[in-house]
Design a protein around this ligand. Structure first.
Ligand code: C5P
Length: 285
């Protein structure tokens, strides 16, 4: 018999670049991206139980009306794993929401990835990384990338992952006062007839070399322009961050959070002081 409960962390993410290659017949888009997990995280406690229950806590939960029902990705992930191996699928999941919701930071996907990792252990499933990735891909496009807790380059709709080495970097995240659903951001890219962004090699080379100045200039996200056309305030936030001395600034995932690249922790804290709310964090190796 294993432990009665375990705690895991669900790390938010940002995309160093996000290149949309084109729409697919199945409603998804092929992408090329580097996803880096962040120190910003939702803590989860998983306990053995007779049935599956999710309890969400955190300041934003009531305010944002975050759903704890069957469409919550943490629940979807638990059910998907239970189908493969769960001993009657029972667990109580306590999830503290710290990652802003529908903000482009992968919070829901990170929660799902953490539930898969944690319940695999709690339930003694013993599934290997490859099997977990297969289940993760069924739960959501970003979930496989967030399973390992380290930076990956992704392809396909996000489910093809390959490790990349990215040094720790400090970021200031500026969330917006509204939410964007991922399908909406991709629909706007379609509607605007956008082209795919540039060759991402300069981003990869600058990141690998720890050349923050060049990295700041090279960051890009193809979903950014369509979103800024509809929400010009996001463009203003980006400009203000650059004017305040950020080395670069880019939309996070499908938005609307903007991430600013900082030289170090003190610089990130200084940038954050001009914005409410703002989150200072670093990426994990
Ligand atoms: O995979 P996930 O459930 O997170 O995707 C949500 C929606 O986002 C998809 O139904 C699709 O509309 C859009 N999406 C996309 N291309 C991707 C990932 C997501 O069009 N690579």
């Amino acid at each position: 018999m294993g432990a009665e409960s375990i705690t895991v962390e669900a790390n938010a993410k940002l995309n160093l670049f996000l290149r949309v290659l084109g729409a697919r017949e199945d409603g998804y888009h092929d992408i090329d991206s580097v996803i880096v997990p962040l120190s910003l995280a939702d803590p989860l406690t998983l306990r053995r139980a007779d049935s599956l229950r999710l309890r969400m806590v955190g300041n934003d939960v009531e305010f944002l009306r975050v759903g704890g029902g069957p469409d919550n990705l943490a629940v979807v992930a638990a059910l998907a794993l239970a189908e493969e191996c769960g001993p009657e699928g029972g667990a109580e999941i306590e999830l503290e929401k710290r990652i802003p919701v529908a903000a482009g930071l992968g919070g829901g996907s990170a929660d799902a990835a953490a539930v898969l990792r944690g319940l695999n252990e709690l339930w003694g499933c013993g599934l290997d990384a490859r099997s977990l990735e297969g289940i993760a891909a069924r739960v959501g496009s970003d979930v496989p990338a967030l399973l390992g807790g380290s930076p990956v380059r992704v392809g396909g709709r996000g489910e093809i992952t390959e490790p990349v080495a990215i040094p720790p970097i400090w970021w200031t995240l500026v969330p917006a006062g509204f939410r964007i659903r991922t399908p909406q951001a991709y629909r706007w890219w379609d509607e605007d007839g956008e082209k795919s962004g540039p060759d991402p090699e300069p981003v990869l080379a600058a990141a690998a070399a720890g050349d923050l100045e060049s990295l700041g200039e090279a960051l890009f996200n193809d979903l950014e322009d369509p979103l800024v056309r509809r929400h010009p305030e996001i463009g203003d936030t980006k400009r203000r961050l650059l004017d305040a001395g950020a080395l670069g600034a880019v939309l996070c995932g499908s938005g609307p959070t903007v991430a600013a690249l900082a030289r170090d922790e003190a610089h990130a804290t200084g940038l954050a002081s001009g914005f409410r709310p703002a989150i200072v964090c670093s990426n994990r190796r």
